[in-house]
Every structure is written in C-alpha cells, then in structure tokens.
Write a protein that binds this ligand. Sequence first.
Ligand code: CDP
Length: 224
Amino acid sequence: MKPPIPVITIDGPSASGKGTIAQLVAAQLGFHYLDSGALYRIVALATQQQNIAWSDAQAVAECAKRLHIIFENEQVLLNNKDITNDIRTEAIGKGASQVAVHAPLRDALTHMQHAFCKAPGLVADGRDMGTIIFPNAPLKVFLTASTEVRASRRYQQLINKKQAANYDDILQDLLERDERDQNRASSPLVMADDAILLETDNLTISQAVAFVLQKYQPFIQFSA
Ligand code: CDP
C-alpha cells in the first residue's frame, strides 16, 4: 500500500500570517501549496462580475462549479484572465467571507481542494483545513495574533502593494470578518482538537516558519 501523502494544515483568522508562513514552509519542504482563501476570493470576484448576490447560496455555488481556475507560480488565472491582484482587495476579502458562509459553496470547493494533495506533500492554509478538508493531516497548526497586530500587518501589506489603506477601517473589517468566520454554521473557524497553537504577536516570520518545520521533523524521520 502506498504511504499517505503528508499534509500540513495551517489555519487561523485573517491576517494571522498563515499565507506567508505556509508558502515558506512549502518551499522549504518542496511541497505543494494550497491557498484555500484564494478560492473563496475568486468566487467573490466572479459572482460580483456576473451580478450574482453574495447572499444567494445556490447561485454562488453554481457559479463556482463553472469556474476555470489556474494557479500558476504566483499568478491566479480565472477563465484565462490574470486576476492575481483583483482578488487581493479588502472589498473582495469581505465578499469572500460572505460567500464562505454558504454550505453548498463549501461543498462545491471541497473536491477542488482535495485535488491539491499530491506527492511529495501539501501545505494547506485556511480556516477549516485541519477540521474539515484534511482532518487526517499529521501536523496541524493554528496561528493566531492579536487583532491590533493583525490589522497592522494587513495595513502594511496593502501599503506595500500600493493599495488604499486605512488602519481603523481595516481593524473594523477584521473584527467583522472574525465574527462571521467563527460563528457561521458551516465549517466555522475553530482550532482542531489535535492542532498546535502558535501565537505570533512576538514572532518574526522566520521564527514561525522554523517552529512549523521543527514540529514536522518527527514525521520526516518517521516516513524515511
Ligand atoms: O487574507 P485573509 O486571511 O483575510 O483571508 P483569506 O485566507 O484570503 O480568506 C478570505 C475569506 O475566505 C475568509 O475571511 C474566510 O471567510 C474565507 N475562507 C474560508 O471560509 N475557508 C477557508 N478555508 C479559507 C478562507
């Protein structure tokens, strides 16, 4: 029997540093990387373009099933159009958290997320990677940081990308998004029982990456 493909899940709230840390861990291990939030962002953008209300669960899910999405290096293509920057705005982030409450959409995206799990391994980041999508992952990390630190990081991210940014709006938006992500009925943001908590307020990115890699060490030795 073939050994299972190793998966590391990194879940946590908005702007906790999941994406950056997950990408660096994947690069270090030579693993594939799944940015599951990007899928919800793509759906928010595509539905907006097609005048589908973010509140319309069935129409949103149907739209998602028809999308042709390609992740290529750092780029995201939707129906062959580069939408890498379009999905990173705060407005689309807000839309993503609104469409993400719909169970039919989450079901429609499950298969797509499982398809990322290929040898030699996968690092998956999101809200429900360890609880719902990859419940058997050998290593699950739950990243957190205080709301203020997360708002500052998001502010800096937007400024670096030369996008409009207002700290107070970002903070308010994060609080709303946390509330929606944690309290929705379908796959809410919760820490898996077997996840390791990593609080990143006082950690640099490389310290957080080193922590995850160190926790993964026993599994490398085990599979060797
Ligand atoms: O960049 P940020 O951490 O704010 O968000 P993201 O990871 O790009 O995800 C955008 C939105 O998609 C989140 O606010 C969640 O509501 C939703 N999401 C989700 O429900 N489940 C996931 N696995 C990933 C994202």
